[in-house]
Design a binder for this molecule. Structure first.
Ligand SMILES: [Zn+2]
Length: 148
């Protein structure tokens, strides 16, 4: 049991809750403000020192996120992905973008995997169409043979 829980239970108030309604932060992570006799989690604490530290942490987090996620390529640069030539162009653009730091390696890998899946499914569709055409031709030839 945390010190704040012990105090609250001793006073018959149950576990401490953050001053922000519906906040679910556990009582052992709350700071007690003796002036207002209110408990605050770090995310809701109105104390100026805590708020300034929270803002600094958020800005550091934002910079770290920006380093991990680059904006990427414009859809207009990539163009359509509908033909094998498109897939080749996409792959070339992604390779250059990763090599020059416009895309992260993770973004490059994800995009190239998607291009690879596109090529696979397109190849499968082409084979199905050819097989279907061959089956139709076979059926036509068998019918002709029966008629003669
Ligand atoms: Zn809170």
């Amino acid at each position: 049991m945390s010190p704040s829980e012990e105090v609250n239970e001793a006073e018959g108030r149950g576990p401490a809750r953050c001053g922000m309604p519906n906040c679910k932060v556990p009582s052992d992570l709350l700071r007690h403000d003796p002036l207002t006799d209110t408990y605050w989690c770090r995310g809701h604490d109105p104390d100026p020192t805590v708020a300034a530290q929270r803002k600094a942490d958020q800005e550091r987090g934002g910079m770290s996120t920006a380093r991990r996620f680059k904006r990427g390529l414009d859809a207009s640069e990539l163009g359509e992905l509908a033909t094998p030539a498109d897939a080749e162009r996409w792959s070339r653009l992604v390779a250059v973008a990763v090599a020059s730091g416009v895309l992260t390696p993770a973004q490059g890998n994800t995009t190239l995997r998607a291009v690879s899946e596109f090529v696979k499914s397109r190849d499968l569709r082409v084979r199905e169409d050819r097989l279907s055409a061959l089956e139709s031709e076979l059926q036509r030839l068998r019918t002709m043979r029966r008629v003669q």
